[in-house]
Design a protein around this ligand. Structure first.
Ligand SMILES: Nc1ncnc2c1ncn2[C@@H]1O[C@H](COP(=O)(O)OP(=O)(O)OP(=O)(O)O)[C@@H](O)[C@H]1O
Length: 367
């Protein structure tokens, strides 16, 4: 994990709502702010952006103090090197895409410029749209342009407030790969507000869970998704995220082998998409796609069956439990979630420390 370069300590009293957060966040990658409606996610972004004049505390980004109430420091928004992308792209309709990007670039003081206005064109795949006007773009294209305009200002911090929430499922699916790719190339931290656990799992490196204006927990993505004391591991979309790297490919079976902490996974690959050995990937395994057996199944069509040790068994809703497993016969590997019926858990007599075999019915490779 990269070193901390983003500090947010903030208090904001709105009468019936109080924000009180202390966060030290990585200076690289995407931090997701996740939590129920009204928990204070947007308020955190607004404090970072200097839009909450009444908030007290400190905001330090890349070593620069944007706010330190005790010392009377409060930089106004226009002096904070940040990009802000909202749910609805707020582009200038009278300007072309190029005009919008140049606008972002031109309003950036020369001393702060680290990139040309074209910086986001390839990252977001919008080079062919430069002469269009915003009303001639799809919702997904508009959001990509809005992100590129934010990048054209050479921000030290990129804030994104539910950038996909206004898009339908097809447009979301279209834009998510761009965000994933962007994430690899960006040299500034992104704070990303979302309600969607799927977006968190696909994009985030670090997760902050907010509840009623306070930080319930924060930490690296894989830990936060699988902590049995947090709600993220309990919903229908509970998922484990594993880091893997490719160690081989069988052309005959069209299967790639990925090494993960505590085991190996076989993944079907098309011939066009054969990965190079060493290629890293983020692998998603839905908790509902993992079933358990006490013996190594000898006759099964499931490709991936891994030994694992039970870490905890937590009651879920409607006759279901979430079993948290540590991969490997020694239980020292990555954490994997399995969601099974309470009846099955009772029949198997599952208890912490027990060796089981996890049958993994589906693995999605995210990047
Ligand atoms: N301008 C405002 N004036 C007064 N109260 C506000 C204002 N903006 C937000 N609030 C209140 O502050 C609380 C936190 O709001 P905030 O928008 O930060 O939550 P959120 O987690 O982003 O919610 P959502 O997921 O619904 O967007 C809510 O109770 C909200 O009603």
């Amino acid at each position: 994990m990269s070193k901390t370069t983003l500090t947010l300590n903030a208090r904001l009293d709105r009468g019936d709502f109080a924000l009180d957060v202390e966060l030290a966040l990585p200076g690289h990658g995407i931090t997701a702010l996740f939590g129920p409606s009204g928990s204070g996610k947007t308020s955190c972004l607004r404090v970072l952006a200097g839009l909450e004049r009444k908030a007290t505390g400190t905001v330090v980004v890349a070593g620069q103090t944007w706010q330190d109430s005790a010392r009377g420091v409060f930089l106004p928004t226009h002096q904070r090197a940040l990009g802000y992308v909202f749910q609805e792209a707020s582009l200038f309709d009278h300007l072309t895409v190029e005009g919008n990007l140049r606008f972002g670039f031109d309003r950036t003081p020369a001393a702060q410029r680290r990139h040309d206005w074209r910086h986001g064109l390839d990252l977001l795949g919008i080079g062919h749209l430069l002469q269009r006007r915003p009303h001639e773009l799809s919702g997904g294209e508009r959001q990509r342009v809005a992100i590129a305009r934010a990048l054209a200002t050479s921000p030290q911090l990129l804030l994104m407030d539910e950038p996909l929430a206004a898009l339908d499922a097809a447009r979301k699916a279209e834009i998510l790969p761009w965000l994933e790719q962007l994430h690899e190339s960006l040299d500034v931290p992104v704070v990303y507000v979302t309600h969607s656990l799927d977006e968190v799992a696909r994009l985030a490196d670090h997760v902050v869970l907010l509840e009623q204006g306070r930080v319930r927990a924060d930490g690296p993505l894989a830990d936060m998704l699988t902590r049995s004391d947090l709600p993220l591991s309990r919903g229908d979309s509970a998922v484990s995220v594993l880091q893997g790297h490719c160690s081989g490919y069988s052309p005959a079976d069209q299967l790639a082998v990925y090494e993960i902490e505590g085991g190996q996974l076989l993944l079907p690959q098309s011939r066009q998409g054969v990965p190079q050995p060493g290629t890293r990937a983020r692998l998603h395994i839905q908790a509902r796609d993992v079933s358990l057996s006490l013996v190594m199944p000898s006759q099964t069509s499931v490709l991936n069956v891994l030994p694992a040790v039970v870490d905890s068994v937590t009651e879920n809703t409607a006759g279901q439990v979430v079993v948290s497993l540590r991969l490997g016969a020694d239980g020292q590997g990555a954490t994997l979630l399995s969601r099974i019926s309470s009846l099955s858990a009772r029949r198997l007599g599952l208890a912490p420390g027990q060796l089981v075999y996890a049958q993994i019915k589906g693995v999605a490779m995210v990047r």
